[in-house]
Design a protein around this ligand. Structure first.
Ligand code: SF4
Length: 725
């Protein structure tokens, strides 16, 4: 409430928060946790309220603001300060050689961007980024415009987060999405929450876990950090929550960073040795089981204990609970996906679940929890640099052009291409690419070397300050705001982490009369790109009536039958999931695939630690809501490094001492300066610090195999005393 009233005032706070996540309201622009069938009056969490308040703030960033602040000035500001300046109110342009953004008319902006894009040597010299807040309708038209333009360079924020999940699940079960719905959570016997901090990043998940507990579920938390949110939950929506609250975690395994693959392989080995395999399920639905058994046979316990940092007894305890449970769900987030071996780890989780048929039945399955409200929807709409031929064929048949079939660039490859000078223009719908990506110093160099950067944004952020030779900021409507067109108020749709598609209706007056919707910006740019209408695509029709966009989505993307009709149903509708719905596995073998990946134990040199980058509680991705992290006892500070107290003593650092963090990578060292040492309940040898401040420590080439996701959860670092400081 405190933060909402600071940003919106009392009346607007009440108006806005009573509409978030409501059937006739707007979808929370925070994470992608699904809405329960029966919503509460206040169907939001603390961080949802903060996300809404930041968007519905009464603060404005207009031409006077930009006249007062040069790009040099802005790039010297903290991410928190930038975010607190308010909503962007009008389109702005920075000419080549200019030091400040200046106002520009929309028409001028579109024709300028179109002219610059058309004058590129090849369409592949441009990259078109998407953040997970973009609606389905805008995402579908954006990828259509980009492919009509001639490239598949469609990097998106998923590249930094659940790309490893998509790659692993597509291989193992034939679809890159979680197979669990909310009713499965409520019906599970055992829920393992791995490498995830729901108390901060998906808070309403705690309500679902609380309900699962009431129904008898056993919850195991597996994480290098002992996070408060999973220990005990006071649900403010329940009388019990206002008194003693609900214990959530029944067992906690404080695994070492990057030790999860070894842990799940060991539990699989114990399951086989105990003869607890569902042989019928395996024989009927799975392939490559014998190869996997040979892998488990060779699995060495010493390697397991070194990699996990756990005792055999701890692992056997949870493995026993697994064997005793009929319906098991494994949930995870970035703690699994941002490691070199992330894809292998997630395949190992699937292996364990397959052994006892824990997929495609109520109360069981895989549950990667998405961190951005429509990141899964954007991928479903075709925002992917490696789109399947089925989508490209669909676009050809529906819109009459032959799309480029060459795979495009994801986020890391886009940065590599910027350094190589082959990508010269960057266009982003939402997001904060400069802060979200690794290797900050080099990334900022790359962005500044570009001919053109264009950001469609609601709020000011670092990516506006670190700009190309020419730069534009195109301010758009937020999810909370009315989007009125000639045919009336428009509805957009999103897809949550469990594949449920539902409507979102903005309810607030736009922050400025000069804002355009994401759909309007994409379609007007497209019209400027093809002023004579030669694209053959009716951009204007789409802009005037979003249900026409949905008609086309229905014809091109499977699973959206009766799209416009079904979004009128309260709660929306689930997209098909063959593995969940009927144990049909659309993999290369036509079966669910066991995967044997050699175990990898990360070597950490003497005197070094494994660091993971994390969010504070006052943060959503790169948006900093505040400078506290109360669940970890931090007040008014972001440059802190959490270290295990025994490691701190052995390494010779004092509590509260200020240090530099130095990472070592194949191409040299990187430094992040002036962090305060804080003793914290981390696994031995493991440390943690906030991003984006520590993204500078992640080398661009330090990526996960297969998914190319930056390795932000196992960075080899040393702490250095700051002498003479
Ligand atoms: S749990 Fe996620 S989607 Fe739900 S209100 Fe909180 S931030 Fe928003």
């Amino acid at each position: 409430m405190k933060m909402s009233q600071e940003q919106m005032g009392v009346r607007r706070t009440a108006l806005t928060l009573l509409r978030v996540n409501q059937p006739t309201g707007f979808d929370c622009p925070g994470c992608a946790w699904p809405d329960p069938g029966h919503t509460h009056t206040a169907e939001f969490c603390e961080n949802g309220a903060k996300a809404v308040a930041e968007e519905a703030t009464l603060r404005r960033v207009d031409r006077d603001f930009f006249a007062r602040h040069s790009l040099d000035d802005l790039s010297g500001r903290t991410d928190y300060w930038l975010g607190q300046q308010g909503r962007l109110a009008e389109p702005m342009y920075k000419p080549a050689g200019g030091t400040h953004y200046e106002p520009i008319e929309w028409e001028g902006a579109f024709s300028l961007v179109a002219e610059r894009l058309r004058s590129l040597p090849t369409p592949d010299a441009a990259a078109f980024y998407t953040s997970g807040r973009t609606s389905n309708e805008a995402a579908f038209l954006y990828q259509l415009m980009v492919r009509r333009f001639g490239t598949n360079n469609l990097p998106d924020c998923s590249n930094m987060c659940h790309e490893s999940s998509g790659a692993a699940l597509a291989h193992s079960i034939g679809i890159g999405k979680g197979s669990v719905l909310l009713e499965d959570i409520y019906a599970a016997d055992l829920i393992m929450v791995v490498g995830q901090n729901p108390g901060t990043n998906h808070p309403r998940m705690l309500s679902a876990l609380e309900e699962a507990k009431r129904n008898g579920a056993y919850i195991v938390n597996i994480n290098p950090l002992d996070e408060a949110g999973l220990r005990r939950f006071h649900n403010p929506q329940t009388p019990k929550g206002l008194t003693k609250g609900q214990d959530l975690t029944d067992d906690f395994l404080q695994v070492r960073l990057s030790g999860d693959q070894a842990l799940f392989a060991a539990m699989a080995k114990l399951t086989v040795e105990a003869g607890a395999v569902d042989e019928d399920f395996v024989a009927t639905y799975c392939s490559e089981y014998d190869e996997y058994l040979r892998f488990l046979d060779k699995l060495d316990w010493d390697d397991v204990l070194t990699a996990t940092g756990l005792t055999r007894a701890e692992i056997e305890r949870v493995a026993k609970k697994y064997r005793e449970s009929e319906r098991v769900i494994v949930c995870w987030a970035m703690g699994l996906t941002q490691h070199k071996g992330a894809v292998a780890t997630i395949q190992e989780i699937v292996n364990l679940l397959l052994l006892r048929g824990n997929i495609g039945k109520l109360g069981a399955g895989v549950c990667p929890v998405r961190g951005h409200s429509n990141v899964q929807g954007d991928r479903t709409m075709g925002i992917w640099e490696k789109a399947h031929d089925s989508l490209l064929d669909g676009l050809r048949d529906e819109f009459g052009f032959e799309p480029n079939r060459e795979h495009g660039l994801d986020s890391v490859d886009t940065l590599r291409a910027m350094h190589a000078g082959t990508v010269k223009a960057f266009f982003a719908v939402g997001g904060n690419f400069v802060a979200a990506t690794p290797d900050t110093t080099r990334t900022e160099e790359a962005m500044r070397s570009l001919d053109l950067t264009v950001h469609v944004s609601t709020k000011l952020n670092r990516s506006h300050a670190v700009a190309g030779r020419e730069a534009l900021i195109l301010p758009c409507l937020g999810r909370t705001e009315r989007d009125t067109k000639v045919t009336g108020e428009q509805v957009v749709t999103v897809e949550d982490s469990m594949g449920m598609v539902h409507a979102s209706r903005g309810r607030l007056e736009p922050a400025s009369p000069q804002l355009l919707s994401e759909v309007a910006i994409v379609t007007r740019l497209a019209e400027a790109l093809w002023p004579d209408g030669t694209s053959g695509i009716p951009w204007g029709e789409f802009r005037d009536n979003y249900s026409v966009i949905r008609d086309r989505i229905e014809r091109v993307i499977p699973g959206f039958e009766r799209f416009n009709e079904r979004i009128e149903e309260p709660g929306g509708f689930p997209l098909p999931h063959p593995a969940r719905d009927r144990r049909e596995f659309k993999t290369k073998t036509g079966k669910a695939r066991f995967t044997a990946n050699d175990l990898e134990t990360l070597e950490v040199p003497e005197g070094h630690l494994l660091l993971q980058t994390v969010r504070s509680h006052d943060q959503f991705n790169t948006t900093i809501y505040g400078l506290d992290d109360r669940y970890r006892g931090i007040k008014q500070g972001r440059r802190v490094v959490f270290v295990n107290a025994m490691d701190r003593q052995e390494l010779g650092f004092a509590e509260g001492e200020h240090v530099d963090l130095v990472s070592i990578a194949a191409d040299g060292e990187r430094r992040a300066e002036d962090f305060r040492v804080v003793s914290y309940a981390t696994a031995r040898g493991c440390a943690a610090a906030y991003f984006p401040e520590t993204n500078v420590l992640v080398a661009l080439d330090s990526v996960a195999r297969v998914s190319n996701t930056p390795v932000s959860k196992s960075i080899v670092v040393r702490l250095e005393h700051r002498t003479g400081m």
